[in-house]
Design a protein around this ligand. Structure first.
Ligand code: 5GP
Length: 201
């Protein structure tokens, strides 16, 4: 059986990445979303084991020691990491896996798993992002400025990604993610079994 693909998705905070990923998973429930470990506190409505595995700093560091993570990074004062075991198991079963991780983690995955595919979700413009952050009404001015400053730094990493996904409307962004996954399935390396019968002398 062919291996499942690993697709790494990143995006600016406020660019609508979670909405896009939730739609992708709703429309293709056969895709596995890798649930990360984090030391940050759960937000309202978040469920342990569904959105994240919420753990203490001590537990996270013990897992680092044991070498459990494919990658981990510190973001906004908290640890975030991808556990390796489940991810490999799913891929071996031919299941496509999505990671929602930030830029440092994505760089590590690209290094360790060069066969993975990466996409960065962008809004139509910087002004658009600013407007969205203000429109949410959840952050004060200082937090908004901090997020915009992080976005400017993260933008420098985008050229390292295989694809840029333009989120001008959720359905368009979702269609682009599907196009990327479908193209990955057509890669020659994973389809050589189709040529078995053509082998002559
Ligand atoms: P949030 O706290 O808003 O859920 O996530 C903050 C950032 O951490 C997002 O950019 C998200 O993509 C990233 N993130 C979530 N899980 C992981 C992970 O396992 N590894 C890394 N490197 N980043 C992660």
């Amino acid at each position: 059986m062919n291996q499942g693909s690993l697709i790494v998705l990143s995006g600016f905070s406020g660019a609508g990445k979670s909405t896009v990923i939730n739609q992708v998973l709703a429309q293709r429930p056969e895709i596995y979303f890798s649930i990360s470990f984090t030391t940050r506190a759960p937000r309202e409505g978040e469920v342990n084991g569904v959105n994240y595995h919420f753990v203490t700093k001590e537990e996270f560091e013990a897992r680092i020691e044991k070498g459990e993570f494919l990658e981990y990074a510190q973001y906004n004062g908290n640890y975030y990491g991808t556990s390796m075991a489940v991810l490999r198991e799913k891929m071996a079963q031919g299941i496509d896996v999505i990671l929602d991780i930030e830029v440092q983690g994505a760089a590590l995955v690209r290094e360790k798993m060069p066969e993975s595919i990466s996409g960065f979700i962008v809004p139509p413009s910087f002004q658009h992002l600013e407007g969205r952050l203000r429109g949410r009404g959840t952050d004060d001015e200082e937090t908004i400025q901090k997020r915009l400053a992080i976005a400017r730094v993260e933008a420098k990493e985008v050229p390292k990604y295989d694809y840029i996904i333009l989120n001008d409307a959720v359905e368009n962004a979702v269609a682009q993610v599907f196009a990327i996954l479908d193209a990955a399935r057509c890669r020659t390396q994973g389809r050589m079994d189709l040529l078995e019968d053509f082998k002559g002398e």
